[in-house]
Each structure stands twice: as structure tokens, then as C-alpha cells.
Write a protein that binds this ligand. Structure first.
Ligand SMILES: NC(=O)c1ccc[n+]([C@@H]2O[C@H](COP(=O)([O-])OP(=O)(O)OC[C@H]3O[C@@H](n4cnc5c(N)ncnc54)[C@H](OP(=O)(O)O)[C@@H]3O)[C@@H](O)[C@H]2O)c1
Length: 295
């Protein structure tokens, strides 16, 4: 598989997003935990060396599945988590981004993953999906993570669900290993942050790379799009593969973390490494209708 980098660490361009391994709505355990562990094992077997997770997937479910399936971890495997949220009793997403909460969440992730140091922790803010919400002070949040980095518990800091000003501040103050924002062929509203990452050579890790399973969009929407279908037919690939190949063509430090609970989809997603879209394809795909991708 092609190599890029997560901060200063080499990783394959296609990794794995573990969110889809929890139960419906990312809440509770999956119906078949052994099938979820099998997806993780197959991912690593096929060369995945970058897994994205969170303690709040489940909550307290997905990190356990990762530890059960993969611990002791291969030396080259990069684990990335995110902090700044918790779940309520109904599975609602609650901001929890005060500095002490962030520190406690990092400790929870280390414990559940069974490690003493984690490759990267994303500060998950609510800037894009809850713009009316008062956010904790950014400097204090970044300061809390920088303290943990100084203590050797975190290698790199990232920022997630943020606008360009936050990315700029994070680059200038603590230095970051990635930005993780929603971006896909169906929703390119984050193009300015992608451009900022290009300018600073920061890794960009799009979430909802297939346009999000939430809100009924995502793979079904891709399969109904005429331009996507035309390029898929030309290359004899699936609409989802077109969407992932389009992302890879945007920036050489863009890393994919497509999420799936199925080994068949996992294999399909990793096969995108061999697909190259040409200028004609990209011109056709420039016309794909944009939608508001739901959270
Ligand atoms: N920082 C954040 O706030 C944030 C937010 C959301 C996600 N994330 C991270 O980003 C990762 C990717 O996001 P996502 O999982 O939500 O991606 P997505 O774009 O919503 O795609 C996931 C959906 O696509 C389906 N799928 C996957 N591969 C497919 C294929 N080859 N063909 C057809 N359907 C396919 C999955 O269903 P099946 O299970 O049936 O394959 C699932 O329904 C997550 O896993 C998580 O690690 C981060």
C-alpha cells in the first residue's frame, strides 16, 4: 500500500475508522462482537497501520474490541483517539471539553486500549456541528493536551470538527499532527481547511469520507449520483470506491479512515489504493451535487 505520513510517522494512506464497530447509532455493543473483532484483525492483516477510535464509541465498547482483537499491538500500528465529548444515557453526544475532562478522557483511552502512550489525540470541538454552543477556551484545552504530551502520554495532538482559525492557532501554539474534519465528494465545505493543511504540510484525515451513514446519506447517495456512477462504470469499481479515490487525489497527506463493520467493505475500501482517477474523471466528479452531510 502507498505510504504517506501521520505527522512525522509513516503510515499507509488507507487506515481504518472504528466507529462503525459499535452498535446502532454508535451506542452499545454490536450484535456480533466476534465479527467486529474479525474486521479489526483482517484490517491489520491487510496492512492497515492506522486506526481511529474514541472512548465515546459505544461508549466503552470500541476501544475494548480493539484491545481484545489486536493487543499486543504490532509495533507499526498507530492508534489515534479523540477527546472532548461523552455520551448520555440515551446515546446523545454531550460536550466534555474542559481541561480536566480532557485529561481524564486521555487516561481512560490509555487504560481501555492497554497502552501507556498513544500516537495521537484529537481535540474534538463542537465548532462545526454545534456552532451556537459556547466552546471551552482553546488555549486551555490545547495546554492540557500539551501537558500530557510533555509527560510522554501522547505523541501528537490533533484537532477535529474545527474551523480554519482554530487550526491556525493550534499549528502556531502546540503544533499538530493532523486535522480531522468532515470532507467528502458530497460535502466539500471544508476546502479552506484542507488548503491550510496543504500550506503547512499537516496530515488531513477526513471523517464521513463516504458522506456519512447518519441521516440516510452516504453510500446510498453516492450510488444514486450520475457522475459518480459514470466514473465507477468506466473503472469497473463501486461508487464508494470512486468517492475514496477522489479523496486520495486531493492531497498527498490526506489519510483515509473509512469506517465499516463488514470485511467485504473493508477489502473494497483498501483496494482503492490501486485506483488512479485521471483528469477526465476529476472533471466529471467536480460536478457532483453537494449535500449538507448530517451528524
Ligand atoms: N472526529 C469526528 O468527530 C468523527 C466523526 C465521525 C467519524 N469519525 C471517524 O471517521 C471514520 C469514518 O467515518 P464514518 O465511518 O462515519 O464514514 P462514513 O462516510 O459515514 O461511512 C460509513 C458508512 O459507509 C458504509 N460503508 C463503508 N464502506 C463501504 C463500502 N465499501 N460500500 C458501501 N458502504 C460502505 C458503512 O456501513 P457498513 O458497516 O455496512 O460497511 C457505514 O454505513 C469513523 O469510523 C470514525 O473513526 C470521526
Amino acid at each position: 500500500m502507498s505510504i504517506s505520513s501521520l505527522g512525522d510517522k509513516p503510515v499507509h494512506r488507507i487506515g481504518f475508522g472504528a466507529m462503525q464497530l459499535a452498535g446502532p447509532g454508535v451506542f452499545g455493543p454490536p450484535a456480533d462482537p466476534e465479527a467486529a473483532r474479525a474486521v479489526l484483525r483482517r484490517a491489520v492483516e491487510l496492512g492497515v497501520d492506522h486506526i481511529d477510535t474514541a472512548q465515546f464509541y459505544g461508549p466503552d465498547v470500541v476501544n475494548d474490541l480493539i484491545r481484545e482483537a489486536l493487543h499486543p499491538y504490532p509495533e507499526h500500528l498507530r492508534l489515534v483517539t479523540k477527546v472532548g465529548a461523552r455520551r448520555d444515557e440515551q446515546g446523545g453526544w454531550i460536550p466534555a471539553g474542559e481541561p480536566d475532562q480532557l485529561k481524564e478522557q486521555v487516561e481512560q483511552n490509555l487504560r481501555s486500549l492497554g497502552i501507556e502512550r498513544i500516537d495521537l489525540v484529537n481535540l474534538r470541538r463542537f465548532e462545526r456541528d454545534a456552532p451556537d454552543l459556547a466552546q471551552p477556551a482553546l488555549a486551555e484545552q490545547l495546554g492540557a493536551l500539551a501537558e500530557l504530551r510533555a509527560q510522554g502520554k501522547i505523541d501528537m495532538i490533533g484537532v477535529s470538527n474545527v474551523y480554519a482559525d482554530t487550526v491556525r492557532t493550534a499549528i502556531e501554539t502546540v503544533g499538530i499532527g493532523e486535522v480531522q474534519n468532515p470532507y467528502s465528494i458530497l460535502d466539500r465545505s471544508d476546502a479552506d481547511v484542507l488548503e491550510l493543511c496543504r500550506a503547512h504540510q499537516v496530515s488531513y484525515v477526513p471523517y464521513f469520507p463516504l458522506g456519512s451513514a447518519f441521516g440516510g446519506g452516504g453510500p446510498n447517495h453516492l450510488a444514486a449520483d450520475e457522475q459518480v456512477r459514470a466514473v465507477a462504470a468506466k473503472h469497473e469499481i463501486t461508487p464508494s470506491q470512486v468517492a475514496l479515490a477522489w479523496l486520495l487525489a486531493q492531497y498527498d497527506r490526506l489519510l483515509l479512515i473509512p469506517g465499516t463493520s463488514s470485511v467485504a467493505h473493508l477489502e473494497e475500501n483498501l483496494a482503492v489504493d490501486d485506483i488512479r482517477l485521471d483528469e477526465d474523471d476529476l472533471a466529471v466528479l467536480a460536478g457532483v451535487e453537494q449535500i449538507a452531510v448530517g451528524h
